[in-house]
Design a protein around this ligand. Structure first.
Ligand code: ADP
Length: 273
């Protein structure tokens, strides 16, 4: 008798628990949907704002350059200095807006994943960096796999990593080396440079948008690249991390699944119909 009472209590408890899990799952899916919709809206605001700001900025930039060129004999050295700062600042703002437009264009562009040889994408990315005679980008075409990916986005990832390896580099002979290995159903790629290196305490920070470790006078940039890289890799169901030694160099590791069903990552709670 006691046993059957216990059993029915257990059944009731199990049912309550199942209902609770179901309710929580539905709540999670709903909050996920809202977060996604909010993120999409935010991205649209960023796109429209950056786009609209470019027109007045172009006018400011153009007229300050006219002033600097057409009135240079009428301006004293202090006025010229101020004007040069104005021209520099508008150029910088234009660069920031271009980066913001680029990042939102990349997020909204969604090609279906296609199997693409990594070596082809590296070649394209290296050409974009137009490396000087003091720079070598090394990789073994034969040893690199083909991966399921959104080609233009992975080219953008490679461009950013390779370009950083060349940019944040004070060696007379700059070297960036790319290789891959298989690891638990993933391909792990490494982009290794012999540059200035990164302190361990900054390893997380560098992947955040607008975070930079140097002044612009030392190294040019806006701090948008790595945040975009991380986003694209995660969208491909991969991971990215960094290891580095100050003064010696940096290695970026990222993974991409060996087998990919051709779909983008679905956030938890979203059904994959
Ligand atoms: P940006 O290149 O525009 O500064 P990123 O988002 O690409 O922005 O990088 C963020 C910061 O991380 C850089 O400003 C730099 O301080 C650091 N960093 C990135 N890649 C490297 C690298 N290969 N070697 C040393 N520092 C790097």
């Amino acid at each position: 008798m006691a046993n059957s009472r216990l059993l029915s209590q257990l059944r009731e408890l199990t049912q309550n628990l199942e209902e609770m899990v179901e309710r929580r799952t539905a709540e999670l899916a709903e909050s996920n949907r809202k977060t996604k919709a909010f993120a999409r809206e935010l991205e649209e605001v960023i796109y429209v704002t950056s786009h609209d700001l470019k027109t007045p900025l172009r006018a400011i930039s153009g007229f300050s350059q006219f002033l600097a060129e057409d009135y240079s004999d009428k301006l004293d050295s202090k006025a010229k200095l101020y004007l040069n700062r104005l021209v520099d600042s508008t150029k910088r703002m234009e660069q920031l807006l271009d980066d913001l437009l680029n990042i939102s264009a990349i997020s909204s562009r969604e090609e279906k994943f296609k199997k693409t040889p990594m070596s082809e994408m590296i070649k394209e990315a290296v050409a974009m960096t137009s490396p000087g005679a003091d720079t070598e980008v090394v990789y073994d075409e034969e040893k690199l796999p083909a991966v399921y990916c959104d080609r233009s986005k992975i080219v953008e990832v490679l461009y950013n990593l390779i370009n950083n390896g060349i940019k944040f580099n004070d060696k007379p002979r700059k070297r960036v080396e790319i290789s891959s290995r298989r690891s638990n159903g993933f391909y792990e790629f490494t982009v290794k440079d012999n540059g200035i290196g990164i302190e361990k305490r900054h390893f997380d920070r560098i992947f955040m948008i607008f975070q930079r470790l140097h002044r612009r006078e030392e190294y040019d940039g806006t701090g948008v690249g790595l945040s975009m890289v991380k986003r694209v890799i995660e969208e491909h169901n991969g991971r990215i991390w960094v290891e580095s030694q100050l003064g010696t160099g940096t290695i970026f590791h990222f993974t991409l699944p060996e087998h990919n069903d051709g779909n983008r990552k679905k956030p938890i709670g979203e059904r994959s119909e």
